[in-house]
Ligand binder design. Structure first.
Ligand SMILES: Nc1ncnc2c1ncn2[C@@H]1O[C@H](COP(=O)(O)OP(=O)(O)OP(=O)(O)O)[C@@H](O)[C@H]1O
Length: 288
C-alpha cells in the first residue's frame, strides 16, 4: 500500500493541479494570488503594565512562509492572536491587504500543538468544522477532498479518538485547509510529534503551502524546522524583531552546510542574551 505521504502527494496533484504543464503553471500563478499581505507598523501590545510587543515593525508579502522564533514568553503566540484578530493591538498599525485587522477574518485559520478534535465526532465531521457552512453534501465532498490531501481519506468514517498523534495533526491540518484560508497561522503545530512524523508533516505542510499559496506564519521553538520551511525567519526579542533573515536555500531543503549556516546564525543570536545577561551554567555551584 502507498504511504500516506505518497497518497497525499497524488491527491495534491489531482485536486490542485489537474493534468498537463500549462494547467499546472496557471494554477501555481493562481495559488500565489491567494495569500494575503500583512503589515505591522510600530505595533505594541501591553497587558496591564507589561509590554509584550514593543514598537514591532514587520512586513509580510502575500503567499510567503514566515517563521517566528524566540524565547519562551517573548510574545510569539500573542503576535499570532493579533494577526488572527483574536486580540487587539495597544498602539501602532496592523493591516492585512492594507486594511486594519478588526476582528476575526473568515479566511484565517489556526493550527495548534494540540489537534483539538472532538472525540465524539468522526474524522470527516471534525474536518467539516473548518467550513463555515457545514450542512450540505458539498461540505462533505470538500471535507473528504481535504482528507485526501493529508492522506487520511480512508479513515474518514472512524472516530477521531482512535487516531495516533500524527494522524490527529493531519486531520487538524485538513480542517485548517478545507475552507481555503488565505492566512494560516501555525502555533507550534508539530511540537508534540516524534522526529520522523515531524519531518513527514513538515514536508506535507510545505507542499500544501506551495500548491495552495496561502500566507503562512509558523511559531516554532525548533530552529531547524524554521530553516527547513520558512522564506524568512524572524526572531523576537524584547518585543522587537531582533533578527529578520531571508532563507535563500532551494526547496525542498536538505541539511547541508548552507542549512547549517542559517541554523548557526539564528541559534547564536537566540543564545546571546542569556549568556550576556546572566551567570553561565559553568559558574553555578550545583554542589548543595
Ligand atoms: N491575556 C493575557 N493577559 C495577561 N498576560 C498575557 C496574556 N496573554 C499573554 N500574556 C503574557 O504575555 C507574555 C507572552 O506570552 P506568549 O504566549 O505570547 O509567549 P510565547 O512567546 O508564545 O511563549 P511560549 O514560547 O512559552 O509559548 C507572557 O508573559 C504571558 O504571560
Amino acid at each position: 500500500m502507498a504511504s500516506p505521504l505518497r497518497q497525499s502527494s497524488a491527491a495534491v496533484e489531482e485536486f490542485e493541479l489537474g493534468s498537463g504543464p500549462v494547467r499546472q503553471s496557471v494554477l501555481k500563478e493562481e495559488a500565489s494570488a491567494r495569500g494575503v499581505s500583512i503589515k505591522l507598523d510600530g505595533v505594541s501590545k501591553r497587558f496591564g503594565e507589561k509590554t509584550i510587543l514593543n514598537d514591532l515593525n514587520l512586513s509580510i508579502e502575500p503567499g510567503k512562509f514566515i517563521a517566528i522564533i524566540g524565547r519562551s514568553g517573548c510574545g510569539k503566540s500573542t503576535l499570532l492572536r493579533l494577526l488572527a484578530g483574536l486580540d487587539g493591538i495597544s498602539s501602532g498599525s496592523l493591516t492585512r491587504q492594507d486594511q486594519p485587522i478588526a476582528g476575526i477574518n473568515q479566511d484565517t485559520r489556526f493550527m495548534f500543538q494540540d489537534a483539538r478534535l472532538l472525540p465524539w465526532q468522526t474524522v470527516l465531521e471534525n474536518v467539516k468544522i473548518g467550513l463555515t457552512v457545514d450542512k450540505s453534501a458539498e461540505a462533505e465532498r470538500k471535507a473528504y477532498a481535504a482528507l485526501q490531501l493529508v492522506g487520511l481519506a480512508d479513515r474518514a468514517k472512524e472516530w477521531s479518538s482512535v487516531l495516533s498523534g500524527g494522524q490527529r495533526q493531519r486531520v487538524a491540518l485538513a480542517r485548517a485547509l478545507v475552507g481555503h484560508p488565505h492566512l494560516l497561522l501555525f502555533d507550534e503545530p508539530l511540537g508534540a510529534l516524534d522526529a520522523l512524523t515531524r519531518i513527514d508533516m513538515q514536508r506535507l505542510i510545505e507542499r500544501l503551502w506551495q500548491t495552495r499559496g496561502f500566507t503562512a506564519v509558523l511559531v516554532t521553538h525548533d530552529v531547524s524546522e524554521a530553516v527547513a520551511l520558512a522564506d524568512r525567519v524572524i526572531l523576537i526579542d524584547e518585543g522587537r524583531a531582533a533578527l529578520d533573515i531571508p532563507i535563500t536555500l532551494a526547496r525542498p531543503r536538505v541539511k547541508d552546510s548552507g542549512f547549517a549556516h542559517f541554523e548557526k546564525l539564528i541559534l547564536d543570536r537566540l543564545l546571546t542574551p542569556a549568556e550576556q545577561s546572566g551567570t553561565s551554567l559553568d559558574e553555578l555551584d550545583f554542589d548543595i
